[in-house]
Ligand binder design. Structure first.
Ligand code: DQA
Length: 151
């Protein structure tokens, strides 16, 4: 049987628009547009479509999460620094009845203590961190498998 085509929302939080120039020793040299392109291509191979977005504003991210209801089969989110501070993002994600996967480029557990806790992890199916931009590809694979299992 042909696999169902799924729409996946990939959300990126503050400062991720600065990838490539922002602390490349931590985040690598790839910019967000290159990551978006790779995700789009890889999702196509998996039989999925992605909507890849970024915002520096917490409320805008909350709205995007709310609007994901009924429009997407899953959400992959790199909340950037809001992961460590935002109860609002956690509350918005809790409203969703679709799988959520959290991604971080860096291994946040190897870094400062304030990066060890994420409000998103508590409402995510799983967390991928420390694999750089490849983490988004791993998250797409994981999302495809989750959605297939749920079918
Ligand atoms: C990040 C990790 C966060 O701690 C940081 O604030 C970011 C990027 C990551 O992808 O490694 O903005 O989410």
């Amino acid at each position: 049987m042909a696999k169902q085509r799924h729409n996946i929302l990939i959300l990126n939080g503050p400062n991720l628009n600065m990838l490539g120039v922002r602390e490349p020793d931590v985040y690598g040299f790839k910019n967000l547009s290159a990551i978006a392109l790779e995700c789009g291509e890889y999702a196509g191979e998996l039989g999925c479509a992605v909507d890849f977005r970024q915002s520096n504003h917490e409320g805008e991210l909350v709205t995007m999460i709310q609007e994901a209801r009924g429009a997407f089969s899953g959400v992959i989110i790199n909340g950037g620094a809001y992961s460590h501070t935002s109860i609002a993002l956690q509350d918005a994600l809790k409203i969703l009845d679709i799988p959520v996967i959290e991604v971080h480029l860096s291994n946040t557990f190897k870094r400062e203590d304030f990066r060890h806790h994420s409000y998103i992890s508590a409402v995510a199916q799983g967390v991928i961190c420390g694999f750089g931009a490849h983490g988004y590809i791993l998250a797409l694979d994981a999302m495809r498998a989750l959605l297939d299992d749920a079918a």
